[in-house]
Design a protein around this ligand. Structure first.
Ligand SMILES: Nc1ncnc2c1ncn2[C@@H]1O[C@H](COP(=O)(O)OP(=O)(O)OP(=O)(O)O)[C@@H](O)[C@H]1O
Ligand SMILES: [Mg+2]
Length: 247
């Protein structure tokens, strides 16, 4: 696959799935074949048939227009405990295998024009022992997009993540500011300019999106939001956008 991205976040719950869904919807609506994968999902609910349901992967698959793709391909490793993957796996007496996770990423992205891999939590969350999502990005040659949840604490989390990516020699495509609240508080209002000063311009700012219902109309709504917020063609074809990260 030509362009594969790891979507990481400043923390858990900052909007990785929401932002990835919007980007994937926009890419799909433009006619790109979108690869989507959430290789490891924890905190899965138990379905009626005893199967663990990966809510993020289900939403991502819908957004990318890949409803016919088997869920096992999009999310092969699922765990019940809402913990970091290495810990959730250990709780079930399982040890994830790094090369199996990397192979799953590669096979889910192989036949795509552009592919998005959602991590779990932030970049240094352990998948297996000391092997983190940053290591997965390196192993699979993924460019990193950082979703910054626009709330108090974002300045610290964003800088730590960006500096770490740079010093590790990984490729940072840019960061996206995600709006977590319908009405912005003081931190959310001031973060955007401060992040610009500290890190450089973002790839874009995703507004508050509200509820996502998995309908065709809602996919188009998400696509339109992503199109206004981000340079989707640049992201899908040149692997970048208008935001640049200053050294
Ligand atoms: N732009 C947005 N507009 C409206 N709600 C949002 C937005 N971004 C995130 N949310 C809400 O915030 C919560 C966390 O978002 P999301 O699940 O996308 O985060 P995440 O980073 O993928 O979390 P996880 O680490 O669990 O994978 C969800 O309830 C989601 O609906
Ligand atoms: Mg998520």
């Amino acid at each position: 696959v030509a362009r594969s991205f790891l979507i990481t976040g400043t923390d858990t719950g900052v909007g990785k799935t929401t932002v990835t869904s919007a980007i994937a919807a926009a890419a799909h609506c433009r006619g790109f074949r979108v690869g989507i994968v959430k290789p490891v999902e924890t905190g899965c609910e138990l379905g009626r048939d005893g199967e663990l349901i990966p809510a993020d992967a289900v939403q991502l698959r819908w957004a990318a227009g890949r409803e016919r793709a088997p869920l096992d391909r999009i999310c092969p490793f699922r765990f019940r405990a809402p913990l970091a993957p290495s810990v959730a796996a250990a709780a079930e007496g399982v040890a994830l295998d790094a090369s199996a996770v990397a192979r799953a990423v590669e096979s889910a992205t192989a036949d795509a024009d552009v592919a998005f891999v959602e991590g779990a939590g932030g970049l240094l969350v352990p998948l297996i022992g000391r092997f983190t999502f940053a290591d997965l990005a390196r192993a699979c040659g993924l460019r990193i997009i950082l979703v910054v949840g626009n709330r108090l604490g974002a300045l610290n989390h964003a800088q730590l993540t960006v500096d770490w990516i740079r010093s590790a020699g990984l490729t940072l495509c840019g960061y996206i500011v995600n709006t977590l609240q319908p009405t912005s508080d003081l931190a959310a209002r001031t973060n955007i300019d401060v992040l610009r000063d500290l890190i450089g311009p973002p790839l874009g700012i995703v507004p508050f999106i509200g509820m996502v219902t998995r309908t065709d109309a809602d996919r188009e709504r998400l696509a339109a939001i992503a199109e206004s917020a981000l340079d989707i063609p640049a992201l899908c074809t040149s692997g970048g956008g208008t935001g640049t990260i200053t050294a």
